[in-house]
Design a protein around this ligand. Structure first.
Ligand code: BEZ
Ligand code: FE
Length: 296
């Protein structure tokens, strides 16, 4: 390209800053990449124009992002945590999982899923540290017409009664505490024993936790049990059951609560029923079905 054929770009000025940057995107760039990059530049410049940051504020933002990166490791993803507390993770999930109203809704995956567990028998007690109020969970996996789905695999995990996942307390909690993997039977049913979940803080010892503090926000997740339900021919569901009496239900720090995912927990005072389950009375019981959407 010689000087006479060289493309000329608009010079940068305050009024046309985003246009000047976006004009530099090459002619052969993949259209989706162009769409994404130009939207990010447009919205970023609009925010800067609205905020009119001082140089110190701009540097504080750079330092915040730098510290967020430094906090990341093989087992800690501070950028995903940032996305979570800004509501971006739930928004991306909502955009990508628009389901018929009967189907079970997704919610946030979180960083504490452990893949590759072996299958446990239905009825297994996944609580291995003996802490917390006993809970029995009964469920059915069905399709949108209510027909049972047998052979679905169901991953389950939750914190212990102190508010930590086993992987956060290696050497303190028994390995695999409060995790299990089950399969649904011929009627689509599965069940397990556990403990009533409690609210707990997301990891808040890094820049995201500091940011929440500066914004006057608490770091707590509403009490929940995680589920991943997979069955051939159906969309995988990544979801929770929330405890209905949790004080943080309306203000989950990662915006994961959906009305349809709030379980009906029953407080059971029946010594015989408790004994049959190997529990002491009283105990908690929840029944919640999972409705899967067929793959398109
Ligand atoms: C969780 O529920 O395990 C979780 C979700 C988002 C961020 C941190 C933890
Ligand atoms: Fe969780």
């Amino acid at each position: 390209m010689n000087a006479s054929t060289k493309q000329s770009f608009p010079l940068f000025d305050e009024a046309h800053s985003a246009e000047a940057v976006n004009a530099r995107i090459g002619p052969n760039v993949d259209p989706r990449t162009r769409e994404i990059a130009s939207a990010v530049v447009r919205h970023l410049h609009a925010a800067v124009k609205e905020i009119e940051p001082t140089h110190e504020e701009w540097l504080a933002a750079i330092n915040f992002l730098t510290n967020t990166g430094h906090m990341c490791s093989d087992w800690r993803q501070e950028f995903i945590l940032l996305s979570d507390v800004l509501g971006v993770s739930m928004l991306v999930d909502a955009i990508n999982h628009r389901r018929p109203t009967q189907a079970t809704e997704n919610t946030i995956l979180g960083p504490f899923f452990v893949d590759g567990l072996s299958i446990s028998d239905n009825g297994t007690n996944i609580c291995r540290d003996g802490k917390g109020e006993p809970l029995v969970v009964h469920s059915r996996v069905v399709d949108i017409k209510g027909a049972p789905i047998s052979g679905a695999t169901i991953d389950v995990w939750q914190t212990n009664d102190d508010g930590f996942y086993d992987v956060q307390q290696q050497g303190i909690q028994p390995e695999g505490n409060l995790r299990g993997k089950f399969t649904s039977d011929a009627d689509g049913r599965f069940w397990f024993r556990s403990v009533k979940p409690r609210f707990y803080p997301i990891p808040d010892d890094g820049p995201v936790g500091k940011m929440l503090g500066k914004l006057g926000r608490h770091p707590n997740r509403a009490a929940h049990i995680h589920f991943i339900i997979e069955a051939p021919g159906f969309e995988t569901v990544i979801t929770h059951i929330f405890a209905p009496d949790c004080p943080y239900l309306q203000e989950d720090t990662v915006f994961g609560v959906k009305e349809s995912l709030i379980g009906r927990f029953e407080h059971v005072e029946d010594a015989d029923a408790a004994e049959k389950l190997g529990f002491t009375s009283p105990f908690w019981s929840v029944e919640q079905d999972f409705v899967l959407k067929p793959l398109a």
